[in-house]
Unconditional design. Structure first.
Length: 332
């Protein structure tokens, strides 16, 4: 009986070890709610899955919960972390040492309040006249608020903000008040990043006015001609106290859980070499939108279209060959 029990315990321990080992092979990417972050996760995910032979999962979270998940080790990698949108959280997280900054994904990203360029310059091909030819900076919005009339509260214009779960959305509300525009504009929190994109796209396709917070790289700014309104130059003190200045050019980093990355030095080397441009990312996101592709298909298209780029991220010939072989099996 004792031998039988010991044998059973041994089997259970072996099975448990096997399960634990299998679990260690999973790499979990943090999917923030905007498309560019999810797209870059799929590009890196395809390479890690096929080149490094790891199982891949994607887990959705907004910024602050996502960063906490990375610290705990529930999540392993985030390919697009906008550090300057959450400076205090970023600083504290890095100082605790539970996540590692692996370098920039692409050059500093612009963000701000955008309007369709046809409002300022018109679009003769679409028969659109310039309704706001003097609209250049945020203070000019006071003169043109009626163009952006809120459909629910018609005595004010509407600023389409990001979702309430985004740190930057709080900044946008602060900006509206700091610029003294809250008496003529309502702050409208979009239900999601997708809802914000749909609102902009719908207005643009109809040739209608819209004022919205947005950023690059995105499918919207890859497809549409939009103008970012001017603001006073970024000032660290002003930004911290009132937000009444331009957004800082946002640093966008690849980050990973420290324990995970220490256990996977070969993946670390790949992620440290991963680098793209705003134009490449905008182009991929525009391709996805215009061709009704999903994230996985867009990542494959991107890798097929930019072979020299991704091969430069990988030093191991065997890994490169495995990725290349996997790509040949994929059709667009």
């Amino acid at each position: 009986m004792k031998k039988s029990i010991l044998a059973m315990l041994l089997v259970i321990m072996i099975m448990a070890f096997g399960v634990a080992s299998a679990a260690e092979e999973h790499v979990v990417f943090l999917d923030f709610s905007w498309e560019s972050a999810q797209f870059h996760n799929r590009v890196a995910g395809f390479i890690i899955e096929n080149g490094f032979k790891k199982k891949i999962d994607y887990s959705f979270a907004e910024e602050i919960p996502g960063m906490l998940g990375l610290e705990r080790g529930d999540l392993d990698i985030a390919m697009e972390t906008w550090a300057d949108n959450m400076p205090e959280v970023w600083k504290e997280t890095i100082e605790r040492g539970k996540i590692v900054n692996l370098g920039r994904n692409f050059p500093d990203a612009p963000q701000g309040w955008y309007v369709p360029t046809y409002l300022i310059k018109g679009d003769p091909e679409r028969g659109i006249k310039p309704l706001a030819p003097g609209l250049k900076n945020v203070q000019d919005l006071r003169k043109y608020w009626e163009l952006f009339q809120d459909p629910e509260i018609k005595t004010k214009g509407r600023l389409y903000n990001g979702p309430s779960g985004w740190v930057v959305s709080v900044k946008n509300e602060e900006k509206l008040k700091a610029y003294g525009l809250d008496d003529v504009f309502n702050n409208f929190y979009s239900g999601s990043g997708s809802a914000l994109a749909v609102a902009i796209s719908a207005a643009y396709e109809k040739g209608e006015p819209i004022l919205a917070y947005y950023w690059e790289p995105t499918p919207i700014l890859g497809m549409y001609d939009m103008t970012k309104l001017e603001e006073p130059a970024y000032d660290e003190k002003v930004w911290a106290e009132t937000s009444a200045c331009a957004f800082p050019a946002c640093r966008v980093f690849v980050v990973a859980n420290t324990v995970f990355i220490d256990k996977n030095p070969e993946i670390r080397a790949f992620l440290e070499s991963y680098e793209t441009t705003l134009e490449q990312t905008n182009s991929a996101l525009a391709y996805m939108e215009q061709n009704s592709k999903d994230l996985e298909s867009t990542a494959i298209w991107f890798l097929k279209t930019n072979p020299e780029l991704w091969k430069g991220w990988i030093s191991d010939t065997d890994v490169r060959n495995r990725v290349e072989k996997a790509l040949t099996k994929e059709t667009l």
